[in-house]
Design a binder for this molecule. Structure first.
Ligand SMILES: [Zn+2]
Ligand SMILES: [Zn+2]
Length: 182
């Protein structure tokens, strides 16, 4: 049996960001951020959610101000708050679900990442129109990845895990099925 291909580093972090987003608690966008250092080691990760111990948007509704929900820390903010060594972010790569709002981009770029990779778009990021300009000024490469690409990566990961030595190797063949009209 031919070995299914292993994920690239970018694909690996795209899926980690996706897994983090599975814990998001504001359904305006279930976002997440993961940051890796120059050795491709995961050093920070977070998803959007209310403060620890407080009720979440999913439970009590959004807290809206000027058409933005302010209840949650955004994924970027929580990633930075969870990072045990902020100095390692320098020249690293941030992978984010959705295009970031300006305040989050400002914070992440303050720690001097070299690449900002974002998966899919969000229609209403606060100050989002100015993020590209900020990246240009800081010399940060901004990359967009379509969600359909990440879905293909997920399929690749499942195939890999069904291959020799993979966690799903003894399960019946798993397929991602697409339903029309959804
Ligand atoms: Zn919310
Ligand atoms: Zn934000």
């Amino acid at each position: 049996m031919e070995k299914p291909p292993r994920l690239t580093v970018d694909e690996y972090f795209d899926l980690i960001a996706l897994i983090f987003a599975c814990r998001g608690t504001c359904d305006r966008l279930r976002t997440a951020t993961v940051i890796r250092d120059t050795d491709n080691i995961l050093i920070a990760g977070g998803y959007n959610g209310a403060l620890s111990g407080l009720s979440h948007c999913d439970d009590i509704g959004h807290l809206m101000v000027d058409n933005h929900c302010i209840r949650t820390n955004h994924g970027e903010e929580n990633a930075l708050l969870n990072c045990l060594d902020l100095s390692r972010i320098k020249n690293g790569v941030a992978t984010i679900i959705g295009n970031p709002c300006y305040p989050c981009a400002r914070k992440v770029l303050s720690k001097n990442i070299k690449r900002l990779r974002y998966i899919g778009t969000y229609h209403n990021p606060f100050g989002g129109d100015h993020v590209k300009e900020l990246c240009d000024q800081k010399g940060v490469i901004m990359e967009f990845i379509d969600v359909s690409e990440v879905l293909k990566t997920l399929e690749k990961a499942i195939n890999f895990l069904q291959g020799p030595g993979g966690a799903f190797r003894n399960l019946p063949k798993i397929m991602i099925k697409f339903e029309e009209g959804k």
